[in-house]
Design a protein. Structure first.
Length: 557
C-alpha cells in the first residue's frame, strides 16, 4: 500500500498541485489523508475514497460522532456504487435541489433588480429624485446588504438555511410590495435599506445549503445555473415590465407602482412555498407533507457518502450548529482566502455602472420606456450563454484563475471603446450594440463562489468565507455606484476612464492569485513529501489545524 501512495504522490500536474490519492482527475486538489485501495482505474468510487484506510475511516467516524453530524448514521466507508447510479442521483438532486435554488434566486433578483425597470417609467421624476439620489439608493442598498451578510450567515448556520431562507424571502417581499406606496426621497432610501438588510446573506446561505448535497467539483456548475436565473429573471421581468408599465394611469398610479406591487406578490408566493421545498439535509427529506421523502435508503447513503468522500470536513459540524467566536476568528484570519476576497472587491466594478445605467442610457438615446425594457433582453440572453460556457470550460479544464480572467479580458476593449469611441451617444444603434456586448460579458461569479467554498475546506470557515466574499463584492459595488456622476453625463468620460484602470488592475490581481496558490501548493508538496508514511498518518490524526491551514490540503486554482 505504501508503494501505491508513493507512486501516486510522485505524479505532478502542470499547475503545480499534488495529484493526491483522494483525487480522480489530474489537478484535483484534495487532502492526501488516506491511502487508496488500488490504482486510479481500480473502480468508480473506490479510487477517490479517503476512508479506504481503516485508520482514516475510524478517525473521521469519531469526528462525525463528536460533531453530532446529522448524517453520521449513514456514513459508510465501504459503500460502493456505480457511475450510472451516481448520475441518476445527481439528476434527481438537480431537479429537487438546484431547480428550487434557482427559483428562490429568481425571487431575489426580481426585488433587487426591478429598480432599473422602474426608473425607465419616469419614477425619478414622479418622486422628484435625481440620478445622484438614484446612486445613493443603490449604495444604501448595497451597504445594508453588505452589513447583513455575516450576521445572516451566522443565523443561517444556527437555525439552518432551510428555515432562515424562506423567512428572509417572505420578509423582503413585504418590503418590496410596500414600494408601490413610495412618496419621495426618504421613503425611497428607507425601503432600499430594508431590502438590503433582509436580502443580505441570501446568496452565501444558498451556497451553504447546496454544499450539503453537491461535491466541490459539481458546485460551480450548479452555481452557474443559479446565476443563469439572474439573466432569466432579467428577461422575464423585462417582459413583465413591458406589460405592467402600460398600467400607468390605472387607479391614478404610475406604471412603476404596479411593477413593485405585482412582482412583490410573486416573491411572497415563492417565499411561502420555500418552507415546504427545502429539506435540511439528505436524511431529512421526509415530513408530514412528504411522507416518502425524496430518496430510497440506498440513495440517501450514496448522496451522503459521495459528498463526504469529496470533502470529509463537511461532517465536522451539524446543520443546526452555531459558529462560535473562536471558529469565527479562525475563519476571519485565514489569509490564504484573502486573494479571493480581493478579486471579489474589484472584479465587478467595471461592469456595475454600465449595467446599472443601461435603461437610463437607452432612454437618453431616445428609446421609449417600453422599447427600452425589450432592448435589455438580448444582453440577458447572451449573458446566460456566456456564463454557462465559461463555467463548463472551467470544469472541463479544471482551471479557475485563467478561465475567470476571461471576464475582465472581455470587458476591457468594450470599456476602452465606451470611453474613446467618438460615436458614443451620437450613433444610437452603435452605442446600443456596444453596451449590449459589454453587459453580455462571461460572468465568473459562479466559479469564484465555488472556488472560495472549495478552498475553505471546513464547514465553519466555508460559512464565513462565503459571506466575506460576498461582502467584498458588495463593497466593490458600492464604490462602483459612484463612478458615474451627474456632472459627468451623458458620456461619463471620467467614469469610463476610471473603469478602464480598474479593469486592468483586476487582470493583475487574477494573475497574482493564480500564482500565489501554485506557489503555496508547491511549498506544501515539499514538506509533505519529506515526511514518512507514519508521520503523515500521525499528522492527519493529531493536527489541530483546520480548513485551508492543514498541510495535507491543496488549494484549487
Amino acid at each position: 500500500m505504501a508503494k501505491d501512495v508513493t507512486a501516486i504522490e510522485s505524479k505532478r500536474v502542470s499547475d503545480g498541485t499534488l495529484d493526491s490519492p483522494t483525487s480522480t482527475k489530474k489537478g484535483e486538489p484534495s487532502s492526501p489523508t488516506a491511502e487508496v485501495a488500488g490504482s486510479e482505474e481500480s473502480g468508480y468510487d473506490t479510487d477517490r475514497n479517503p476512508f479506504a484506510d481503516p485508520e482514516a475511516a475510524e478517525h473521521w467516524r469519531q469526528v462525525y460522532e463528536k460533531s453530532q453530524y446529522e448524517c453520521r448514521h449513514v456514513y459508510d466507508p465501504a459503500l460502493t456504487w456505480t457511475e450510472e447510479e451516481e448520475k441518476k442521483i445527481v439528476r434527481k438532486l438537480d431537479w429537487r435541489i438546484c431547480l428550487w435554488a434557482c427559483v428562490m434566486f429568481f425571487a431575489l433578483q426580481v426585488d433587487r433588480g426591478n429598480l432599473s425597470q422602474a426608473v425607465s417609467d419616469n419614477m425619478l421624476d414622479d418622486l422628484g429624485l435625481t440620478t445622484n439620489d438614484y446612486n445613493d439608493g443603490n449604495s444604501i442598498f448595497r451597504l445594508s446588504f453588505l452589513l447583513a451578510e455575516l450576521p445572516s450567515q451566522l443565523v443561517s448556520k444556527k437555525i439552518g438555511p432551510d428555515r432562515w431562507i424562506p423567512i428572509q424571502i417572505v420578509l423582503w417581499s413585504i418590503v418590496a410590495i410596500s414600494q408601490c406606496a413610495l412618496t419621495g426621497r426618504s421613503s425611497f432610501l428607507a425601503t432600499r435599506s430594508l431590502l438590503g438588510l433582509l436580502e443580505g446573506g441570501f446568496i452565501p446561505d444558498i451556497v451553504l445549503w447546496l454544499s450539503y448535497f453537491y461535491t466541490s467539483r459539481e458546485l460551480p456548475i450548479r452555481l452557474s445555473y443559479f446565476w443563469t436565473s439572474l439573466s432569466v429573471t432579467g428577461i422575464i421581468t423585462s417582459l413583465l415590465a413591458f406589460a405592467l408599465l402600460h398600467l400607468r394611469g390605472v387607479n391614478g398610479w404610475g406604471g412603476w407602482r404596479w411593477l413593485f406591487l405585482v412582482e412583490g406578490l410573486i416573491t411572497l408566493a415563492v417565499g411561502i412555498i420555500s418552507f415546504f421545498m427545502m429539506p435540511a439535509s439528505a436524511v431529512q427529506t421526509k415530513s408530514w407533507f412528504r411522507p416518502n421523502g425524496w430518496f430510497t435508503d440506498r440513495e440517501v447513503g450514496i448522496v451522503v457518502n459521495r459528498v463526504l468522500r469529496d470533502d470529509p470536513s463537511k461532517g465536522d459540524m451539524h446543520n443546526r450548529q452555531a459558529i462560535t467566536l473562536p471558529r469565527l476568528w479562525e475563519a476571519l484570519k485565514d489569509y490564504d482566502l484573502w486573494p479571493l476576497y480581493a478579486i471579489g472587491l474589484i472584479e465587478f466594478i467595471p461592469t456595475v455602472p454600465p449595467t446599472q445605467y443601461i435603461t437610463l442610457t437607452l432612454r437618453n438615446l431616445g428609446f421609449s420606456p417600453f422599447t427600452t425594457n425589450l432592448l435589455t433582453i438580448p444582453y440577458n440572453v447572451f449573458h446566460i450563454i456566456n456564463l454557462i460556457l465559461l463555467t463548463h470550460l472551467s470544469e472541463r479544464l479544471n482551471e479557475r484563475g485563467f478561465v475567470s480572467m476571461l471576464q475582465p479580458l472581455w470587458t476591457l476593449p468594450c470599456l476602452i471603446a465606451l470611453r474613446w469611441w467618438p460615436g458614443v451617444v451620437v450613433d444610437k444603434w452603435g452605442t446600443y450594440a456596444l453596451v449590449t456586448v459589454l453587459t453580455s460579458y462571461p460572468y465568473a461569479h459562479a466559479i469564484l463562489v465555488g472556488w472560495t467554498s472549495r478552498n475553505s475546506n471546513n464547514v465553519g470557515v466555508r460559512s464565513v468565507s462565503a459571506a466575506l466574499y460576498n461582502m467584498a463584492v458588495q463593497a466593490g459595488s458600492i464604490t462602483a455606484s459612484y463612478v458615474y456622476q451627474e456632472k459627468d453625463k451623458p458620456l461619463y468620460k471620467t467614469g469610463n476612464q476610471n473603469l478602464v484602470a480598474v479593469n486592468i488592475l483586476v487582470i493583475f490581481v487574477f494573475l497574482f492569485t493564480k500564482f500565489y496558490y501554485v506557489w503555496k501548493n508547491k511549498r506544501r508538496d515539499r514538506v509533505w513529501n519529506a515526511m514518512t508514511e507514519e508521520e503523515r498518518v500521525a499528522y492527519v490524526k493529531n493536527t489541530r489545524l483546520t480548513g485551508s491551514r492543514r498541510l495535507d490540503f491543496r488549494f484549487a486554482h
